[in-house]
Design a protein around this ligand. Structure first.
Ligand code: 5GP
Length: 366
């Protein structure tokens, strides 16, 4: 018989972190935002566990460079050529220890060749990092490919996903170091509408972190970050890493032009409506019609689009977003008495709420 599980699964908007007395932290400056990650397959990395999504719009060189320069982690999307990535590796002028090169499932032979070419021509080494990207890691081929990539690159940090249940985590951790969790949460995602599938992020993080941590694995909560507070929540829930796309997509560093559009306001001057100009940037899901046309020669007739193409407000310098991230996380730590990001999950008490934000004047924001 089909069952409906009685437990209600929670999302970021269903919870808050309760402030509480803890150790004395007088300033946000005293918080240690860097964490040492000892991975299951042997590597060690240090940084603040925030990634840009490996999407064409935000998995670009400019965004990656900015995150790396701030001591965070970064991915590069899989549509860059070997030479483009090679040039970046040689000229980036930032630490590249925390950079992940993305490969897909579609043409794994070519992708493995690409990694070998990066190694022989551009000094990438097999002890660097690989992200294996599949919208749906439940297809059997995904696990086979993960096992193959681990055989070819025994000393790399391998992040693989996406998944949305704990049952597959153990199998993946035979080969992967980090499991990317999240299906249907993304801001440019249509999976839940088109397939009815998905799991809210809070419950998903709890379930997957529990399994992964029991064997020394790590998880990355991918998608659904609306505000920096959601990153804080993910860390408090015991996610090791967080990946965000939409948060960076409106910034100057994201790929693409800034578009201007004019709107008629309700204000009237000399008998005419005042015209306001607003700026936008394009953000699209990697399964959108737009992405399929751009990277896969069109939408195949057996598929449906599971991603949106959007024009989102231009938000200016990415540095402001990055400062919000570091500032927000540090401030969260002072509210809960956590001396470092590593301690957030130990210090946090999470409460379930019906209303997490006061939105009364939101539409008047300037
Ligand atoms: P965001 O931070 O914008 O909420 O979510 C970013 C994440 O959405 C990505 O890292 C990826 O996992 C997911 N994503 C990107 N493109 C698509 C898409 O076209 N369809 C779906 N279902 N998910 C997508």
């Amino acid at each position: 018989m089909t069952q409906v599980l009685p437990e209600v699964y929670l999302d970021y908007s269903d919870i808050l972190i309760r402030p509480k007395m803890g150790i004395n932290l007088n300033s946000r400056r005293d918080v240690n935002l860097q964490r040492v990650f000892k991975f299951r397959h042997g590597c060690v990395r240090t940084g603040l566990g925030v990634f840009n999504a490996n999407m064409a719009t935000v998995g670009n060189f400019d965004v990656a460079k900015k995150l790396l320069a701030r001591g965070m982690f970064a991915t590069l999307h899989k549509h860059y050529s070997t030479d483009e990535i090679g040039q970046f590796l040689q000229n980036a002028n930032v630490p590249l220890d925390n950079l992940f090169i993305t490969i897909g499932l579609k043409d794994i032979d070519a992708d493995i060749q690409k990694l070998h070419a990066l190694e022989s021509k551009y000094g990438w080494t097999k002890s660097q990092n690989i992200c294996i990207d599949a919208p749906n890691f439940y297809i059997p081929r995904a696990l086979e490919i993960l096992a193959r990539v681990r055989r070819e690159f025994p000393n790399s940090v391998i992040m693989a996903g996406n998944i949305a249940s704990p049952d597959i985590c153990m199998k993946m951790l035979d080969f992967a170091d980090i499991i990317k969790c999240g299906i249907g949460s993304g801001s440019a995602c249509l999976t839940r509408r088109q397939t009815g599938c998905g799991v809210p992020m809070v419950s998903l993080i709890l379930e997957c972190a529990d399994v992964a941590h029991s064997v020394g694995g790590h998880i990355c909560a991918d998608g659904g970050i609306v505000d920096v507070g959601d990153i804080c929540k993910a860390f408090c829930l015991n996610s090791d890493f967080v990946m965000a796309g939409g948060l960076f997509a409106g910034t100057d560093a994201a790929a693409g032009e800034v578009y201007e559009r004019q709107f008629e306001t309700t204000e009237i001057v000399n008998g005419a409506h005042v015209i306001e100009t607003k700026q936008f940037k394009q953000y699209y899901g990697m399964s959108s019609v737009y992405a399929n046309n751009k990277f896969a020669g069109g939408m195949q007739d057996y598929k449906t689009s599971e991603g949106r193409e959007l024009m989102i407000p231009y938000t200016g310098a990415i540095d402001n977003v990055l400062q919000d991230i570091t500032g927000g996380i540090a401030s969260c730590c002072t509210y809960i008495g956590a001396a470092s990001v590593k301690h957030m999950s130990k210090c946090a008490t999470i409460i379930q709420v019906h209303n997490q934000l006061n939105r009364v004047f939101e539409k008047y924001s300037v």
